[in-house]
Design a protein around this ligand. Structure first.
Ligand code: 5GP
Length: 129
């Protein structure tokens, strides 16, 4: 069971944004920007491009809804999307609010993401979905 499956199962806490029957969205614990969100399929697959066509299409539609919520809740020009998957072997899409090109830099981290501010951020996004 991956760490993301444990989060989806409620065994590990997270700052939840949204879920449906196939997908789950929650804040990245180590955000690159405020509102940095992960979209994860409930079915475990390591590599995103091993996901079946219908499921990856549905994942994109779910991510789009979440991105629209992020765009409404977090001041930014656009919401960017990235797939790395180098750390956690459970496919996921990173959604990151962007104002400048450098805002997608994964070496940059939000300073002091307190539990209060993370909970507030997740609630603000969730309210827009
Ligand atoms: P990647 O696999 O895309 O290279 O990176 C995994 C991402 O998942 C990282 O941005 C990391 O901060 C995030 N992450 C790793 N473990 C946890 C966790 O337990 N909870 C949450 N919310 N995010 C995590």
């Amino acid at each position: 069971m991956t760490i993301f499956s444990k989060i989806i199962a409620g065994e590990i806490p997270c700052y939840k944004i949204a879920e449906d029957e196939k997908f789950f969205a929650f804040l990245d614990i180590n955000p690159v920007q405020w509102g940095h969100t992960l979209v994860v399929p409930k079915k475990e697959t390591d590599y995103i491009f091993d996901i079946e066509d219908k499921d990856i299409a549905d994942m994109m539609i779910f991510a789009k809804k979440v991105a629209e919520g992020i765009k409404k809740a977090i001041p930014c020009r656009k919401v960017g999307m990235a797939v790395l998957g180098l750390e956690v072997p459970h496919a996921h899409i990173h959604l990151i609010p962007l104002t400048n090109e450098g805002d997608m830099d994964f070496k940059h981290k939000v300073e002091d993401p307190t539990p209060e501010k993370m909970a507030e951020t997740a609630a603000a996004i969730a309210a827009m979905i």
